[in-house]
Design a protein around this ligand. Structure first.
Ligand code: ADP
Ligand code: 5GP
Length: 189
């Protein structure tokens, strides 16, 4: 069965997870799409909760088996992707799929799902604020923060005009209210 999907994309640190978790708390019919990744778990992350953690070899085998809706090598040797089996699992539950993926992944997913999808680009108010948020999150090494910042501007350039909606994440209460209005509008359409 084919259901609806909502896609959130942004450079890392712009606030995707914050917005997605807020919406998941409000909508019991929403279910988070758990991506597969070859990166190692961070902090308290658990297999089958934040991600399906697999190694790069297994990831490459799944690519060869055409098991992904989309995948990206987001950072060198670190793959992330959406498994076709995950999409089927959530739709079989009768739920709306919520994606939190990088910008290229978001564009690929929108192409794949077409009008069944609402794609939202979360935009940081500035690069300075993005840097503060990445540091404030306290989950990334200095090297990872630099890597993410370097990538952020080119991701935003690539994304221009490719999403259904651009949402600037400045004041969190405003962002939540706008995100709620966007998804309500989509689900009622
Ligand atoms: P992403 O999922 O896009 O990588 P996160 O949701 O993890 O980003 O947000 C990065 C950090 O910024 C987190 O520590 C989060 O609490 C914080 N944050 C998110 N949105 C805002 C906001 N509007 N104002 C201040 N801090 C924010
Ligand atoms: P992190 O390592 O911070 O969890 O994620 C790094 C980046 O990978 C984030 O921008 C995240 O949204 C993205 N990502 C997570 N899952 C997927 C996926 O299935 N496909 C793609 N293309 N990107 C993903």
């Amino acid at each position: 069965m084919q259901g609806k999907v909502i896609i959130f994309s942004a450079p890392s640190g712009a606030g995707k997870s914050t917005v997605v978790n807020h919406l998941l708390g409000l909508h019991p019919e929403f279910e988070f799409s758990i991506s597969a990744t070859s990166r190692k778990p961070r902090g308290t992350e658990q297999n089958g909760v934040e991600y399906y953690f697999i190694d790069a070899l297994q990831f490459r085998e799944l690519i060869a088996d055409n098991a992904f809706v989309e995948y990206e090598e987001v950072y060198h040797d670190r793959f992330y992707g959406t498994l076709k089996s995950e999409v089927e699992r959530i739709w079989n539950n009768g739920h709306v799929i919520v994606f939190d993926v990088d910008v290229k992944g978001g564009v690929s997913l929108k192409k794949y799902f077409g009008d069944s999808a609402m794609s939202v680009l979360i935009v940081p108010p500035s690069m300075e604020v993005l840097e503060q948020r990445l540091r404030g999150r306290g989950t990334d090494s200095e090297e990872a923060i630099r890597e993410r910042l370097e990538k952020a501007q080119s991701e935003l350039d690539y994304a221009a005009g490719k999403f259904d909606v651009d949402l600037v994440n400045d004041r969190l209460e405003d962002t939540f209210a706008q995100a709620e209005a966007i998804v309500d509008g989509f689900l009622c359409a």
